[in-house]
Write a protein that binds this ligand. Structure first.
Ligand code: PMV
Length: 333
């Protein structure tokens, strides 16, 4: 049997950074994101899963090449976690194809782990069980729990394996909000998010980290209202505030986690200038140097033009609010 799933990354407006339980990925704070679908450039992660019943081990083929190292271990760890929930025992061949760099701060892990969970749910006939899919995706990467859904998504913190999963707030048709990603680097970051957040949880001064945790529910509430009202100014101010807090947590971690480059700073400054000219554009980052600018469709070209003028930009990816993970008929095996 073969099942194939496609999924997209998401951009957190209220950020996940740190776990109460690292194995289960029960987060320290709830988070809220927007699932992103590329317009000028696909942001797709595709996973085909094929049962290979007689084989003794799983097989992982990434972009045409069999992996037997770190990526293989990550996939098998995730598959085994999902087997525990479902009792599914067969060995699997995993084949993946992506259209964007993973590990560079574009939330590739959210897309890959949610695609894997979606394909796995397809194999066991549980595609309708979004709670289980979100929990299974979470075991691969926390943010993947959100990419199971399209549109605006909240990952409620929960306090146990069963209670920590994401839910859709508004679907992808609710609000035509656009996101322009200024690509500053496509190389893999030195400290992966999962390692970085462990350091922050452990080493960031308690006062700063606990404040970051404390404000999350309030930010989720306010951003939910802004999304309901389709109020970009309200949403944007909170998005930038979250980004600032996240930056403080990272910088005050020992050793400091500085995911930005000079170019990141330049872009953020230019977006502030644009706003001073009356353009509703709001910028933030992930755990990486690339900048995500939220704006309204009619201002996208102005934002893109402004970014293009900055020297050193690698690429610009224009996105809309996207769909959640779903099964497709075109297998890549
Ligand atoms: O899901 P992970 O383990 O790749 O961590 C993602 C962390 C951030 O992207 C920085 C924040 C988030 O909420 O997506």
């Amino acid at each position: 049997m073969i099942k194939t799933a496609l999924s997209h990354p998401n951009k957190a407006l209220v950020i996940y950074w740190g776990n109460e339980n690292d194995t289960l990925r029960i987060p320290s704070r709830p988070s809220l994101s927007v699932t992103l679908e590329g317009i000028n450039h696909p942001l797709d992660y595709i996973v085909s899963l094929r049962t290979i019943g007689s084989s003794e081990r799983d097989k992982v083929i990434i972009d045409g090449t069999e992996d037997k190292g770190q990526i293989y271990n990550q996939f098998v760890y995730h598959l085994n976690a999902m087997r525990e929930y479902t009792g599914f025992k067969e060995k699997l061949e995993v084949t993946t194809r992506k259209s964007f760099p993973v590990g560079s701060g574009l939330a590739g892990s959210a897309a890959s782990a949610s695609a894997l969970a979606e394909a796995f749910a397809g194999l066991i006939g549980k595609t309708a069980d979004t709670r289980l899919k979100s929990i299974m995706a979470r075991r691969g990467s926390g943010s993947a729990s959100r990419s199971v859904f399209g549109g605006f998504v909240i990952w409620q913190k929960g306090n146990s394996d069963e209670s920590s999963y994401a839910k859709q707030l508004f679907d992808e048709n609710h609000w035509d909000l656009h996101n322009v990603i200024a690509m500053v680097s496509s190389s893999t970051k030195k400290i992966r998010s999962i390692e970085g957040m462990k350091l922050s949880k452990k080493n960031c001064p308690e006062k700063i980290y606990s404040e970051f945790v404390r404000v999350a529910n309030d930010h989720i509430e306010q951003i939910s209202t802004a999304a309901l009202e389709r109020d970009i100014a309200k949403l944007g101010v909170l998005y930038e505030k979250e980004n600032y807090l996240f930056r403080q947590v990272c910088l005050r971690t020992t050793p400091p986690l500085d995911y930005w480059t000079k170019l990141t700073d330049n872009i953020l400054e230019k977006i502030t200038e644009l706003r001073n000219d009356g353009i509703p554009a709001y910028a933030g980052t992930d755990a990486g140097p690339n900048v995500h600018v939220f704006t309204a469709p009619k201002h996208v070209q102005r934002v893109i033009k402004m970014i293009q003028e900055i020297e050193g930009i690698l690429d610009i990816i224009h996105c809309r609010v996207g769909k959640g993970s779903h099964l497709i008929e075109e297998h890549i095996i």
